[in-house]
Design a binder for this molecule. Sequence first.
Ligand SMILES: *[C@@H]1O[C@H](CO)[C@@H](O)[C@H](O)[C@H]1NC(C)=O
Ligand SMILES: *[C@@H]1O[C@H](CO)[C@@H](O)[C@H](O)[C@H]1NC(C)=O
Ligand SMILES: *[C@@H]1O[C@H](CO)[C@@H](O)[C@H](O)[C@H]1NC(C)=O
Ligand SMILES: *[C@@H]1O[C@H](CO)[C@@H](O)[C@H](O)[C@H]1NC(C)=O
Ligand SMILES: *[C@@H]1O[C@H](CO)[C@@H](O)[C@H](O)[C@H]1NC(C)=O
Ligand SMILES: *[C@@H]1O[C@H](CO)[C@@H](O)[C@H](O)[C@H]1NC(C)=O
Length: 306
Amino acid sequence: MLPARPLLVAAAVFLLLLPVHVAIVAAQGFRGFSYLLNCGAASPTTDSRGLRWDPDGDYVSAGTPGVVSLSGLINPTLATLRTFPLRYGAKFCYELPVDRNRRYLIRPTFFYGALFASSSAPPPPVFDLIVDGTFWTAVNTTDDALAGAASSYEGVFPASGRNMSFCLGVNPDYTDARPFISALQVIQLDDSVYNATDFPTSAMGLIARTKFGSTGGIERYPNDSFDRYWQPFPDDKHAVSSTQNVTSADFWNLPPPDVFNTAFIAEQDAPLVLQWPPVPLQNDSYYVALYFADTLPDNQGPLTCI
Ligand SMILES: *[C@@H]1O[C@H](CO)[C@@H](O)[C@H](O)[C@H]1NC(C)=O
Ligand SMILES: *[C@@H]1O[C@H](CO)[C@@H](O)[C@H](O)[C@H]1NC(C)=O
Ligand SMILES: *[C@@H]1O[C@H](CO)[C@@H](O)[C@H](O)[C@H]1NC(C)=O
Ligand SMILES: *[C@@H]1O[C@H](CO)[C@@H](O)[C@H](O)[C@H]1NC(C)=O
Ligand SMILES: *[C@@H]1O[C@H](CO)[C@@H](O)[C@H](O)[C@H]1NC(C)=O
Ligand SMILES: *[C@@H]1O[C@H](CO)[C@@H](O)[C@H](O)[C@H]1NC(C)=O
């Protein structure tokens, strides 16, 4: 059945479902147990959004603070890092008090400035991330480091105890350089966010979170209350924009209302075909949330989804 009117897709989220082994003070601007840690820092720093990032020393006992020898960094949290010893098979962990009945967004960031400090520096290390004992992903900053960029990973994990442990694992298969971390965000989510997922058996690793039709910057906190990042996805042929007063407070995943101000619209009598997400996918289980906004005048008939 064809849509009775053009179909608009405003935004979407694509998350990889990860198997899970059953097994204090909120950062400014966020609820519950939330942390913005500037790894290796000696004192708090404030970013361009007015968010305060605290030193990580209270939550980790291993590792050595260090500085990135690069001046003029736009993001102040990338200027320091914490480096861990290259002890094969070792795990180095952050222990963060959490509410055991809640879910958390975790976003570690890695910026390997040393590559630029010296051309003879070894290639960036590759290592594992482990949350509450469950392998999450391998970190490989090589491509981002060559582009002079930081690497971020994002996942959603259920708390399984009073502390959540976030660990870097040395993997001798990968590397002979020491694991490191530049920043760590742990943000408590509202209960309704991603609640269609069976968190006792699954966690989620982000593949893509997209604001279709946007040519602007990444949308994040304060627009997104949990500092989720909505990446722009421009397309001359299908993009439309308008200013709508969309109320998204009823949506369980609480997308920021602003993502509905741009969209892709199908051409008359033609399907809207997208290459999304823009990365190859493995045969696995995924969670996909698509958001549609009916932004045309009321006299054009009801929206029919097929
Ligand atoms: C929980 O985390 C806090 C802060 O990192 C730490 O002091 C405490 O030892 C941890 N408790 C356990 C049981 O690991
Ligand atoms: C890390 O990424 C680089 C560039 O994509 C690749 O050449 C290298 O093999 C990767 N390392 C590991 C251990 O996967
Ligand atoms: C998700 O949360 C919403 C809002 O609290 C609730 O109405 C809904 O039943 C929940 N869904 C599931 C699958 O738990
Ligand atoms: C954040 O929201 C404000 C107000 O709706 C809007 O003007 C701004 O463009 C949004 N930021 C981004 C990056 O989309
Ligand atoms: C959106 O809401 C604001 C405040 O309620 C109002 O001033 C504005 O005119 C509305 N915009 C549209 C496009 O309806
Ligand atoms: C994907 O994995 C499932 C479960 O392991 C399997 O049944 C299915 O045949 C696989 N599909 C492909 C295209 O490999």
